[in-house]
Design a protein. Sequence first.
Length: 282
Amino acid sequence: MLVPMKGLLDTAQQGGYAVGSFDVVNLETCRAVLDQAVELRSPVIIAIPEHFGALCGFEELVAGVSRLAAPLPIPVATLLDHGRTYESCLRALRAGLTSVMLDCSVLPLAENIANVREVVKAAHALGVSVEGEVGHVGRGIVASEEALDHTRFTEVGEAVEFVRATGVDALAVAVGTAHGLYKGEPKIEFELLDRLTAAVPVPLVLHGGSSTGDERLRGAVEHGIRKVNIFTDMSVQAVANMQQLLAEEPRATVLNLFGVSKQAFADVSGHYMHLFGSVGRA
Ligand SMILES: [Zn+2]
């Protein structure tokens, strides 16, 4: 069934586990993640960055994802990942997502608060959950091998002020992870995470979960993270599966290729559901 993200994360908070938030690019990859969640009785978040709708249309992708999730016997939150503007969030509300993230983390705190507060007002009127970000989770290695890491660690006082002033339902924090692949070894600041967990009254979110390493991610959940975002690991595995198939079977069809990419999303998302402790919670 479709539910707002707030209920999923509040329950995870009580249970001491985290819910995986998996970005999907089409209906096949969405189906793969949802099938895993049903099989493992795990709550799950299906996330869609606005530009992932480029291939078939954002509204069309949201409609398809909602249609797949609605009849399932497990709770599924659907989320606009990294919405950049008020208009993006309204578009997501209209399309029917149950949750939105407004990421103004590169702006000064006062502007971040002012923008997110407006989205919270509109979203909460519709029963939709909102995620904000304080501090900034930067990017790891990009395609050019150039590190673009502009991570700014979250300050505890700013995080508390942000949540109080905006009324957000979940808060993304920067404690050492980065989006995409890493140049070196990531290092999570657990001491900072502990202070955030103690001070911030809403569930905490970790972006850039991919390639962070199982041990570090398990530690992050133990230290209070309640939502972990995963995309790159599924994407990398899907490409590897397709390359392997083409190497073994040069005449593979597009149906075969989509099939092995779907399998990658199932394998990787299932692995993380186990790691985050959400299996058996739905
Ligand atoms: Zn992110």
